[in-house]
Design a protein around this ligand. Sequence first.
Ligand code: NAP
Length: 551
Amino acid sequence: MPSLVTPEHDVVIIGAGFGGLAALYNHMKADSDVVLWEAGGGVGGTWWWNTYPGARVDTEAWYYAYSFEPEILNEFRWTQRFPDQKEVFAYLDFVADRLGLKSRIQFNTRVQSLTYDEDNNLWHLVATDGRTTTSRFVVTAVGGLSEPHLPDIPGIDTYEGIVVHSARWTEGLDVTGKRVGIVGTGASGIQLVEELARQAGDLFVLQRTPNFVLDRNNYEISDEQWEQIKANYPAIWDKARAHYFGFPLELTMRTVRDTTPEERERIFEKEWAHGGFSFYLETFDDLAFDEWSNEQAAEFIRNKIRERVKDPEVAELLCPKTHVFGAKRCPIGHEYYEQFNRPNVHLIDVRERPITEITKTGVTYGDQTVDLDVLIFATGFDALTGGLTAMDITGRDGAKLADVFAGGIRTHLGLATHRFPNLLYSYGPQTPYANIPPAVERAGQFQASMLNYMASNGYDYVEAEPEPELQWRDELKAAVDGTIFYKHGITDNAWMLGNNIPGKPVEINVYFGGFDQYLAKVDQVQADGFAGFTFKRVSVPDPEPVGSTAV
Ligand code: NAP
């Protein structure tokens, strides 16, 4: 029989980004004794860490936001359609202040290990500075793109210039007049290029795979538009929750195949000009499913690149040809391609001639070396699982989460993993590829409802069952197999497959079956008394089991 030491807290949340703050809000509302540990010195998560020049959100501000609490919706006045990092950070800081969340947050506290104590049915948390606490439940909200990836290139430690990763920017780094190299042309890299091209003496863009960079078309939100947005919020959220990617949009009900070439061109032009993800989401519904249709969109973008980049050889190098449009998350840019017309911006193809070494003074690729004062790695993240496996998480029977995931990700709807009792994820691996705020809001609500259900039924132990995890993994695979993205095997690296990290198991780590479908599944699990989870009480003998299996 357990010795039953009382934990210090009901719930400890890890991470104060969008997910952690939504979880904290929901658990506070449910009157839990909840605290939050955050590695950074402030709230924001991604928007705390990613302070690199040019960092900016790619989703329109008014729905890259929480839907709860009227004062949050009405009082924070977004200024731009796609605000910069400072504004998104200011928003999250405002939310934390306005909802009184900060009193529960311990900043500068990075969790090093999490260990489940079977005798006492609680989690022991240890921070890197030695601080400890105990909690009945733990919610991880560590972000899907939070663990920076630095490629293991020989000589990387010998470089004597300034070296920085995009997600760990050095405040005040001045590149004016310097020879700057940037490795990586994903969403982070292209934003950096746009900004640094104007400042650096020479900017060397070391590109392995070109991307389809869409136009941003940013603008200031007028007072009139802001009033309209506020008045429409109920409809905006209803639409977002009913949409495949959690955007307040509707399907176009058009396919490229069924449209004349003239009409197709008109629609492509219109949505290209509209900016943001419109070209992906509001042109045609078959881009993810029909290779020929996808190629029409891809060629449209390649032609935009050819129009904008004066040197035809450089233009061709910037044209993606090795993956279909959408197979890698397409970045959103502002005059990205035009930067390559500047005499100080140099495109280096490191696909043909891969980077082999970092020397004291620069980077060697093929038989060439480029000397650099500053070397920037915009090389991405160990996505979805990396934030979790960076902590030493030990569940029951000594199970290590890193070992479990090394054999393939296992979760029940991205919410929890078998053998890790009372550990719940906010935006864990295997959650939808979608607009994040509405997704993490649902996770926070789900957790609070589950804890309420447990309290009402006298349970203090919950664990995901293994069978739903296998079903969910199969559903993830079926959903992505239904698209054209990875049909022909793995071509270019994509963080959603895990193959951007050498040695990581290659498998789809997000759900491509639609945010709307996902919400329906979570709703159903909840309506069915949290189906697929096992509950029990360990402090006193179990009450009659309620639709659950014994552990
Ligand atoms: P990423 O998309 O994973 O891009 C990493 C880049 O580094 C790729 O171009 C990759 O080339 C390159 N790379 C990695 N190792 C390399 C090596 N050894 N040699 C040469 N090149 C190498 O990472 P990210 O740009 O940080 O973006 C990650 C995700 O974060 C985005 O997809 C997006 O979801 C999110 N994000 C969002 C925003 C926004 O909303 N505004 C901004 C930034 C990031 P390969 O493609 O050839 O592997």
